[in-house]
Design a protein around this ligand. Sequence first.
Ligand SMILES: Nc1ncnc2c1ncn2[C@@H]1O[C@H](COP(=O)(O)OP(=O)(O)OP(=O)(O)O)[C@@H](O)[C@H]1O
Ligand SMILES: [Mg+2]
Length: 593
Amino acid sequence: MAKVQVLSTEVISRIAAGEVVDRPSSVVKELMENALDAGATRVEILLRSGGKTLIRVRDNGSGIAREDLDQLFTRHATSKIRSADDLEALISFGFRGEALYSIAAVSEVTVRTRTAEGDEGWELHLKGGRRERISPAAISGPGTEISVGEIFFNTPARKKFLKSDSSELDAVLQVFLPYALKYPERHFVLVHNDRTIYDLAPDPSFGERAARTLKLERSAVLEETFSLPGRAEVCRCVLGDINIQRPRRDIQYLFVNGRPVQHRNLSFHLNDVYRMIMPEGVHPFFVLFLQLPPEDVDVNIHPQKREVRIRGEAEIFGALRSAVERALMTRGTPRQIAETSLFPFGPSGASTIEGIPGERIIFGPGAVDPSERRDLPVPGERPGFFTQETRGDMPEVPSASLGVSVCERLERLRFLGTFASKYHLFEEGEGLIVVDQHAAQERILFERFLDQAARGEVEVQHLLIPQLVKLPPGDMLRWEACHAELEALGLLTARLDEETVSVNAIPGILKGPEALLRAVVADGQGARFDREAFARRACRASVMAGDRMSAAEAVHQMQALAACRDPMTCPHGRPVFIEIKTSFLDRQFFRTA
Ligand SMILES: Nc1ncnc2c1ncn2[C@@H]1O[C@H](COP(=O)(O)OP(=O)(O)OP(=O)(O)O)[C@@H](O)[C@H]1O
Ligand SMILES: [Mg+2]
């Protein structure tokens, strides 16, 4: 028998399905998009067990006519495009005619639908892609309801990869939210195991919808529309101001020509613009609706349509940066940008923002060319005084191999003063030691806190007035999953209602109850609770809320640092101090020894 055989249709359908449907959230995404393409103004989603046992999406859209039902689950059957040319000017989410075919191949599907014209509705039932029955059904009003039960019942290997209910639900929220944000005028409902997670009646504006959905302070959310130079399309952004600071980039949404997408470069540039106003280590909220001529966007590069390719990126990003910068500067916070930097080194155009010492911006003629930033360095880490070329002269992060132990050396330092309210300067023999006050504090807290936790003796500070924190559903799920562990670590919290948690006590050595809670629930995805990760985040959050230090406190901090096991890096891996040798300064002044 020949070795090369064409696969059976059944195998082909399962392989194809694997590209479109990998977990319940991808089913929700496809069904929501179909509902929205059908013009629905109300979309209801009902899930059981994170969508693993049931996903039901009901809409009040056009409905599906009887004669189209026969083709519905056939591969490449679509009403949305007719020819390849249509791909160049897509206005619908769907275009491949693959979604229903793929979903049906790996689950049990029931469709109930009725059009405005049809005088009766229809019900269609399929299992593993095979039609089992079709019959008339009494359905009120036009619209469609698609129920997907027991996803992957026939592909056990894939079923094994499904995660806990809360992880799957979290993934569903990630696909649900962008559509809710994009259509503030439409009504969205999301119910999980009979609990209503969202019931979003129409909102008057994008900003209103975003604030309500993500539980943000309305006054901290601004809206702006703009056009890129030389283009007619109107772009829109919804931007959080400096008061919305997140420990992760978890509430950042990008749309290109109406499609929710992930786009590394776009995301990088927007986050980078925010470096003007945001302290390091926290991330902004934003929604961007970028409109481009359809011929400049290729949506057909990802099986789940999550990515797009944009033509002429560099130019678009430059214009986008200025537009968002303008919005933030004119409408956002009252902070001012100082005109010039005192020092001639560093990227030209770099300057300092008053009130946020040391934050630099990279706009204007001296900005780093976006095309050079493809490797996407962490925003905030940009070339400064000590560039690659002068690497030989770089100040050193003192290494443990210097003979005398680092801790002993730290104890011998003489305090000189504080620079830019965040660097402590110390002197030691031939070296000037520059300590990052926040990094040092993070390291000290981190070790103390872990020590206390290891001994099971975390000091707890009860708050006189509990701090109430509103959490969006995703964070609430993660809080539910870990609040017992948090309690053992001194963060005592309780649920007040569906969206509010009260912080009643925090570890005594930490600060900022709200930031602590947010830092902790911002991640986890149902993974096992990781005490070190918690400590790392909590200490970071606590330090962000830190105050200025007096000279005595700086000296005291250095002593505490000298007592640390690992004084050289902060818990996130950045250096705590650097050393500038006299020899380095001598070279800068052309002095020979
Ligand atoms: N909720 C709905 N309301 C009305 N028509 C629908 C609905 N869901 C699906 N359809 C019809 O079924 C067809 C097939 O849907 P399917 O999602 O498989 O493909 P598509 O949306 O055309 O393309 P894609 O695979 O890119 O999503 C659609 O083209 C549409 O005509
Ligand atoms: Mg579709």
